[in-house]
Ligand binder design. Structure first.
Ligand code: ATP
Ligand code: MG
Length: 376
């Protein structure tokens, strides 16, 4: 089996690692350079998308911000999974919100802004405080503004309108500010025959809008809510592959924040903590194979390594710690790798995180230190 992945980052890399034992070969389309590259070495394997499409059995994607002309040629080949519709829903907050409403899945109250008049209407409809998000191109909290008070309306508009004018088809989605207790996400897979397997929910901590710590949790009531919403969205899209839903937990009630039509950072813990990791399950789904069990085998946390290309040796020396580097050049704030830390019991995992807080510096790993602080 040969799978072509749109996007040549760490997600394609980890798909490649998970696919090898199944004889699934991955090549990646680097959307920037338009080269076909090896997802592990980045060695150039070819030029031009047409040939790569021809040679692939299946085409999938590792991110949602893909030029529409690229999506169209892939869709036309009849090999692309999930669908163009699913990728567009993940990449455009207008389509995403409409999809959630159609699937009758709870989400934050919103209003789409294309003009100054719309902005006034949004303030009326949604109320303050609000979060304003660019509809296209947002990731890791980029392209977002917070509006708390009436006095900041004009200055916020000045910043936002620049963004609306700068890009074709760009608009802003105004969302009510949700006072959540915590953020959780559900990663799951839907196979070609419609069967669905979801992983245990992960509790996610963000630092400056970027995911920093993710831990699999065991909460029957929340899991059921999340699973039902997952099924509603996946079936509405006739989805095939791994899909992630991000939620706000507001006193035990889940609201969907956003969806990601792909393997997700908050699912990296499954590499050590679940029977079958998300990367393998994505490949199984798009290749028409049976899904693997998503059962938790060990309580696990994932720590993102942001902007650093080395770790104290004590991390790898610690029992239950697994380091995954992405082979990327060091840049401030960049996702460079992650650490999965597993244990036999939750209490043991907590002890392990406390030990990691002693060796990981506070500036780069604030979420681990906050966790340690709370435990004291
Ligand atoms: P990523 O790609 O990392 O998931 P993103 O750029 O797509 O991020 P969101 O997930 O929409 O953006 O928002 C980033 C973070 O901002 C959320 O995880 C949450 O912490 C906060 N946030 C977003 N929307 C709201 C809201 N309506 N109310 C309160 N906080 C919010
Ligand atoms: Mg998000």
């Amino acid at each position: 089996m040969h799978v072509l992945v749109l996007g040549a980052g760490q997600l394609a890399r980890m798909m490649s690692l998970a696919g090898a034992p199944l004889n699934i070969e991955i090549s990646a389309f680097d959307v920037g350079s338009k080269n076909i590259v090896h997802p592990l070495t980045q060695a150039i394997l070819g030029h031009g998308l047409e040939n790569a499409i021809e040679n692939a059995d299946v085409i999938t994607a590792e991110f949602e911000h893909i030029p529409h002309d690229v999506l169209e040629v892939c869709e036309r080949s009849g090999k692309f999974l999930p669908s163009t519709e699913a990728i567009k829903a993940g990449g455009d907050r207008r389509i995403e919100k409409a999809l959630l409403d159609e699937a009758t899945v709870k989400n934050a109250k919103y209003y789409v802004i294309n003009s100054r008049e719309d902005f006034t209407a949004a303030i009326e409809h949604v109320g303050l405080p609000m979060v304003l998000k660019s509809t296209l191109g947002g990731y890791d909290g980029k392209g977002q503004w917070r509006l708390k008070e009436q006095t900041n309306i004009e200055s916020t508009w000045a910043e936002m309108s620049e963004c609306i004018n700068a890009t074709d088809n760009q608009a802003i989605v105004a969302e009510e500010f949700v006072s959540f207790d915590r953020e959780v996400s559900l990663v799951g897979a839907r196979a070609k025959d419609g069967s669905i397997e979801v992983y245990p929910l992960a509790e996610n901590v963000h630092t400056d809008g970027v995911l920093s710590l993710s831990t699999a949790i065991d909460d029957f009531e929340l899991q059921e809510q999340a699973r039902n919403m997952f099924i509603a969205v996946a079936e509405r899209l006739n989805y095939v592959g791994v899909l992630a839903l991000e939620f706000f937990d507001v006193q035990g009630e889940l609201l969907v924040n956003e969806i990601a039509p792909r393997v997700h950072n908050s699912g990296h813990w499954t590499q050590q903590g679940a029977e079958t990791c998300q990367f393998e399950n994505h490949l199984r789904a798009v290749c028409g194979l049976p899904l693997g069990s998503t059962k938790l085998i060990r309580p696990t946390s994932m720590i993102n390594i942001l902007g650093e290309d080395s770790l104290p040796e004590a991390v790898m020396a610690q029992e239950g710690c697994h380091v995954h580097w992405y082979g990327k050049e060091k840049r401030a704030g960049r996702k460079m790798g992650h650490i999965n830390v597993s244990a036999d019991y939750t209490a043991e995992l907590q002890r392990s995180l406390l030990l990691l807080a002693e060796v990981l510096d506070k500036k780069t790993y604030p979420a681990v230190h906050e966790f340690a602080q709370q435990m004291k």
